[in-house]
Design a protein around this ligand. Structure first.
Ligand code: PMP
Length: 284
């Protein structure tokens, strides 16, 4: 069945949704994106995704194609037209079409595209069983805080993981874990502290990360935002990842080493529960 896709002001059947070959998103990966999950037909943490989108646009001097209220309207309309109960809304803004030139066009006309994907997020088998990760060197550029569409290195990491029978890769820089290919990375120490890398240009400032850390602190859990090594991770009691579409997903193996007893840990499972309850409650 054909989806309805949003392109620059129009809701169109996906076969008719087109972007110019001169679009700078296509030629230079000159674009940013957001992925917002949908639970019970509602948007999870929409304000957070909007705020991060505006920050990414600002860092790249890219004009926002529409304001936040209009973005919410488009998201809701797309969810409605596609009858999405559970899944995601993908949004991409690029600097738009222009003659090929490294310099930004003086008067860019940004492109705005949104589409939906129906997915089973709440009952994911990976969340129940936990995932296996491998480690790879973090060879991405230095502005990982900007959510750009240049995702080839993370895609290569995912393929390297698959080739080894794992689900994902954790990236390591100067001996410390930065994050997963498409998620933030955490460990739980043997004495129960939740450790995740502090915010900087080295990682994406996850919207799920912010919510999960807030809920953890509210539940009187101890949170440490600091870099951790792969060795520390392998000796941890638990490990997990967070992202908009995977919520909190336990990690049960790193580079072939079982974490804890090799099954999803108590803290990770509890955090997933809390996160899903809370985000369903405040979805819009
Ligand atoms: N880090 C990276 C590299 C990501 O691609 C993502 C998901 N896009 C995240 C972290 C998680 O961010 P969020 O919780 O906002 O989905």
């Amino acid at each position: 069945m054909s989806r309805t896709v949003y392109v620059n002001g129009e809701f169109l059947p996906e076969e008719d949704a087109k972007i110019s070959v001169f679009d700078r998103g296509f030629l230079f990966a000159d674009g940013v994106y957001e992925v917002t999950s949908v639970l019970g037909g509602k948007l999870v943490d929409f304000d957070g995704h909007c705020a991060r989108l505006n920050r990414s646009l600002g860092e790249l001097d890219m004009p926002a194609p529409v304001d936040d209220a209009e973005l919410l309207r488009i998201h809701r309309e797309l969810v409605k037209q596609n009858g999405v109960e559970e899944g995601l809304v993908y949004l991409q803004v690029t600097r738009g079409p222009a003659d090929r030139d490294f310099a930004y066009p003086a008067e860019p006309v940004p492109s705005l595209v949104l589409f939906t994907q129906v997915m089973n997020l709440s009952e994911s088998p990976k969340a129940a069983a936990g995932i296996k990760v491998i480690s790879i060197e973090d060879l991405r550029w230095g502005r990982r805080d900007i959510k750009t569409v240049q995702l080839l290195y993370p895609a290569m990491g995912k393929m390297a993981a698959k080739a080894e029978g794992a689900d994902d890769a954790w990236m390591v820089e100067d001996g410390f874990v930065t994050e997963g290919t498409s998620n933030n990375a955490y460990i739980v120490t043997q004495d129960g502290r939740i450790v995740t890398r502090d915010l900087s240009n080295a990682i994406l400032h996850g919207i799920t990360r912010a919510a999960v850390l807030r809920f953890a602190r509210e539940a009187q859990m101890v949170v440490e935002e600091r870099p951790f090594t792969l060795e520390e991770a392998k000796e941890a009691a638990e490990a997990f990842v967070t992202s908009a579409t995977t919520f909190v997903t336990p990690v049960v193996e790193i580079d072939g080493v079982e974490i804890g007893d090799g099954t999803p840990g108590r803290v990770s499972r509890r955090l997933r529960e809390i996160y899903m309850d809370e985000c369903s409650r405040v979805a819009v």
